[in-house]
Design a protein around this ligand. Structure first.
Ligand SMILES: NC(=O)c1ccc[n+]([C@@H]2O[C@H](COP(=O)([O-])OP(=O)(O)OC[C@H]3O[C@@H](n4cnc5c(N)ncnc54)[C@H](O)[C@@H]3O)[C@@H](O)[C@H]2O)c1
Length: 433
């Protein structure tokens, strides 16, 4: 039996991780919940049937008492992770810890050192490593038939409406409260590149800005909130239209109710009903980066809001072939020896490559495989508890994850200063404030 407490019973903590664990495991027992929001505590209580004494409105009070479980899941908002994780480690908890683990180099290294010193397990929620697509790409690369990776082109296509929701109106809109976009959105992406290449990142350069989603582009005659806006009918991001057509996001502010009335009420009372052009957000909406790894591999990484679909796409270019993937399919092709003369004709007819694998990752109607980060959330939780039970190292231990966090912070430094940033130097400079 693995016993677990949950700190932060929001979208990730309760609706995702605890819900999946409850469904997948009989021997994982949720004992306590800590959340500042009474309604969230009630939802935990309803789901797990615990008594009042198992519910805490304050993390301070929870940590004053004795250790309550083997594991603690920390899924509060970004800025609180470091302090809560530090307290939890000292109290003797092993952790499933949401990313970002911390928001600066000093705190990241401190948590890594502390968990090693106390010999505590920390499993970081870099869930994408567990996704079928990334596991398959890693297998193909490691198999070696395509030769070594030479370079990678990777895109994090945020999706214009997802940016509008999370990064203009939502919790991740300000660097001062949650960190730069390249950390909050893309510690995942940097971690995936590091995982595929299998070598640490040596130096980075980066460029980007808040180019479109700002007050300069607010439509003429706009209001402060959508409900009172004179031009709402022609605005792509008008709340009711946006949230009822991209429904995936609205439970976050309708307290899990899926009705039009709940959407209208939520829009009236939360930031999600404000004009996104005139919000106080300051994170960039586009960032293009170049990374060089210690083993000589290079990668370009484009992170941007200006895409129709919300997905990641990658091209891994190896010595004898390439892998292209976009969360729907993976295609592996090799560079063929072309026959004399007819080779040019084959080239014109697009027949000059040999596709050795084309994998369709899921069927369009199979929502269970698409939702939850294309099933990665479920695979992550399964693996986290299985490994924890067997006392095996997880795929996303704190040491693996910290490097991606530090590289993401270095990318932001490179963007702001316009300099190429050497990771080792950046780390040393920021080790202690
Ligand atoms: N791994 C991923 O792929 C992934 C995806 C999305 C979000 N996240 C991260 O997960 C974390 C949680 O995101 P979310 O969308 O679930 O947020 P959320 O706002 O839905 O949930 C956070 C919950 O924590 C509670 N809370 C906040 N501070 C608290 C404190 N000090 N003590 C007790 N309760 C507290 C809030 O009341 C809320 O219920 C964030 O750090 C976010 O960046 C990770």
């Amino acid at each position: 039996m693995i016993t677990v407490s949950l700190l932060g019973a929001g979208n990730r903590g309760l609706d995702t991780y605890a819900a999946i664990a409850q469904k997948e495991f009989d021997d994982v027992k949720f004992l306590c919940c800590i959340d500042e929001d009474q309604e969230r505590l009630m939802q935990f209580q309803k789901r797990f049937g615990v008594g009042e004494e198992a519910l805490y409105k304050s993390a301070e009070v929870f940590f004053q008492g004795p250790r309550q479980s083997d594991l603690l899941i920390i899924a509060t908002q970004d800025k609180s992770h470091y302090a809560l994780a530090k307290k939890a480690l000292r109290k003797g908890y092993d952790l499933i810890l949401e990313k970002p683990v911390a928001l600066n180099v000093e705190e990241l290294l401190e948590l890594e050192e502390l968990s090693n010193k106390l010999e505590r397990t920390v499993i970081v929620c870099h869930v994408l490593r567990y996704q079928k697509m990334w596991q398959m790409i890693k297998e193909i690369v490691d198999e070696g038939k395509l030769g070594k990776i030479v370079t990678i082109s990777h895109n994090e296509n945020i999706g214009h409406y997802h940016y509008a929701h999370s990064y203009a109106r939502g919790s991740w809109r300000k660097k001062s409260t949650s960190g730069p976009l390249v950390l909050t959105k893309s510690s995942h992406d940097i971690d995936l590149l590091y995982y595929l290449v299998g070598s640490r990142i040596k130096r980075v350069a980066s460029f980007g800005s808040l180019s479109y989603f700002h007050s300069g582009n607010a439509p003429k005659g706009h209001g402060e909130r959508c409900e009172s806006c004179a031009v709402r009918r022609s605005c792509r991001y008008e709340g009711e239209r946006m949230y009822t057509s991209f429904g995936g996001f609205f439970p976050l502010f309708t307290k899990n109710k899926y009705t039009r009335r709940a959407v209208k009420e939520g829009l009236r009372s939360t930031d999600y009903g404000r004009c996104l052009y005139t919000m106080d957000h300051d994170v960039v909406d586009n960032q293009s980066s170049i990374l060089e790894f210690e083993n000589g591999v290079s990668a370009t990484f484009n992170l941007n809001a200006f895409t129709r679909r919300m997905h990641r796409s990658i091209k891994v270019m190896c010595e004898y072939g390439e892998i292209s993937a976009d969360e729907r399919t993976i295609e592996v092709s090799t560079f063929e020896l072309q026959p004399l003369f007819s080779g040019f004709l084959k080239h014109l007819l697009h027949l000059d490559r040999k596709i050795i694998k084309r994998i369709r990752l899921y069927k369009p109607w199979d929502f269970s495989k698409y939702l939850g980060h294309v099933d990665a959330d479920r695979l992550f939780i399964k693996s986290a508890f299985q490994n924890y039970r067997l006392k095996k190292q997880s795929l996303t231990s704190i040491s693996e994850s910290i490097h991606a966090h530090i590289a993401a912070l270095a990318l932001e430094e490179a963007r702001v200063t316009g300099e190429t940033v050497l990771i080792e130097e950046f780390m040393d400079k920021n080790r202690t404030k």
